[in-house]
Design a protein around this ligand. Structure first.
Ligand code: SF4
Length: 210
């Protein structure tokens, strides 16, 4: 894990960038089962109309649905955002809670969304197991192939110091988009190939097929 982290820092730097907690929460709900490009576009459109718990709770549901339509599962997402905005406004006086369990208790918010809000919104270290963070440690053999999502999180948090969790999280996501992609990972040019069981097996297979 030490070598992985060193490579991530070399590639992606050590700077941390945080967003506003409420917008991070809403954008993460929009991102569920959606691409990064579409999420950014839809979130921009929504925030140009309403971007606070008060204004989003007051936005007519039909109008919100229309804006969210390109993000997929838009009926669910609109209902969640409407409810979440109302709860944040009334129950939490407009402030997104910092406690993981309180976040998970919000409609449409699971462990991954809660961890993203903590890490990238509040700046509270908490590794979020998204599709990339779930896939790459398995390929690298850092966690067993049958590990559950919370096992992946616990293992990564155990293997790295807390002040490095941002770099670990950001690194896996960026590396998953760029190199260790779900389909056609770039194993041959990957700096981790020499110790990656999945990559070594894949390269061997590709050579046999040639
Ligand atoms: Fe991913 Fe291949 Fe690199 Fe392993 S060798 S980390 S599977 S890109």
């Amino acid at each position: 894990m030490r070598l992985v982290l060193r490579e991530f820092k070399k590639r992606y730097g050590s700077e941390k960038a945080y967003g506003e907690p409420f917008k991070t929460l809403i954008e993460t709900i929009i991102s569920q089962k959606n691409t990064d490009v579409s999420t950014a576009k839809v979130a921009k459109n929504l925030f140009s109309v309403a971007d606070t718990p008060k204004s989003l709770a007051a936005l007519p549901l039909k109008r919100m649905q229309r804006i969210l339509r390109p993000a997929g599962t838009w009926k669910h997402k609109a209902a969640y955002i409407h409810k979440v905005s109302g709860i944040i406004l009334n129950q939490y006086k407009g402030r997104v809670p910092k406690e993981r369990q309180k976040l998970i208790d919000l409609p449409g918010v699971g462990p991954k969304t809660a961890d993203i809000v903590l890490m990238y919104g509040h700046g509270v270290p908490s590794i979020a197991v998204d599709t990339h963070v779930n896939r790459i440690p398995r390929r690298l053999g850092l966690v067993p192939a049958n590990a559950k999502l919370h096992d992946v999180k616990e293992t990564l948090e155990r293997l790295t110091p807390r002040n490095e969790w941002y770099a670990v999280n950001y690194g896996f996501v960026s590396f998953g988009q760029e190199v260790c992609r779900a389909v056609n990972p770039r194993c041959i040019s990957c700096p981790f190939l020499r110790f990656c069981p999945f990559g070594k097996e894949r390269v061997k297979r590709l050579k046999i097929q040639r």
